[in-house]
Ligand binder design. Structure first.
Ligand SMILES: CC(C)(COP(=O)(O)OP(=O)(O)OC[C@H]1O[C@@H](n2cnc3c(N)ncnc32)[C@H](O)[C@@H]1OP(=O)(O)O)[C@@H](O)C(=O)NCCC(=O)NCCS
Length: 181
């Protein structure tokens, strides 16, 4: 039976091995890693899925921000990687992980602006992520625009630069907050 625990309860090398199996060991060069470089996963939104003692899936979320071209800044939550152990894929574990994270984001007030890089055929179809408002975002690496997805009333449609939310561009603010002047 599937159960969720905080990701921090799982030894980091087990998580890394699962991510290698799901995405390949060359995954670190991906643009998604550059967007949130230097940040730590958000503990309240990062989980492991266990079946007995077997680690079968993980989801991590990160603090990122869009620095608008007019200087404003919007804090967002970057979702992913969402990873399911290959032999266990296509049996609802990805759905369960996303559902658990989205419930936690809602309950903690962190669901105003979520973004991810992923397949719209999955994240659009099942979880209402779309590329409608991300067309003007600049990233620190290549991205297929149709795979740059977001969800939430606070997602900015403005042009700007997406990167880690290290608090450097503006005073620290809660993740739940929206655009600041
Ligand atoms: C993508 C991933 C998280 C989905 O989790 P999962 O547990 O395998 O999938 P679920 O059981 O939740 O969902 C299954 C459904 O999603 C669809 N689906 C799964 N991955 C998909 C994808 N990348 N694109 C489109 N549809 C997908 C399946 O066809 C199935 O649809 P159906 O119900 O109509 O048959 C998981 O497969 C994974 O870790 N993949 C490796 C990483 C990867 O390829 N990521 C690409 C997306 S960023």
């Amino acid at each position: 039976m599937l159960r969720f625990v905080a990701l921090a309860e799982i030894a980091p090398d087990r998580v890394e091995q699962l991510l290698d199996r799901a995405f390949g060991s060359d995954r670190h060069g991906r643009t998604a890693y550059s967007i949130r470089a230097g940040t730590d996963p958000i503990p309240a939104l990062s989980f492991a899925a266990l079946d007995g003692e077997a680690l079968v899936g993980t989801i991590q979320c990160w603090p990122v921000a869009l620095i608008h071209d007019d200087g404003r800044r919007t804090a967002m939550v970057m979702v992913g990687p969402v990873a399911v152990d290959p032999p266990r894929q296509q049996h609802g574990i990805g759905h369960a992980l996303m559902g658990h994270m989205l419930d936690a984001a809602r309950d903690t007030g962190n669901d105003a602006a979520l973004m991810l890089i992923g397949d719209p055929e999955y994240y659009g179809r099942f979880f209402a992520f779309s590329a409608e408002r991300t067309g003007g975002w600049r990233l620190p690496g290549p991205v297929e625009r149709r795979r740059l997805l977001a969800r939430g009333a606070g997602v900015p449609a403005a042009p700007g630069r997406l990167g880690p939310d290290d608090g450097a561009a503006a005073p620290a603010q809660p993740l739940a907050s929206r655009t600041t002047p």
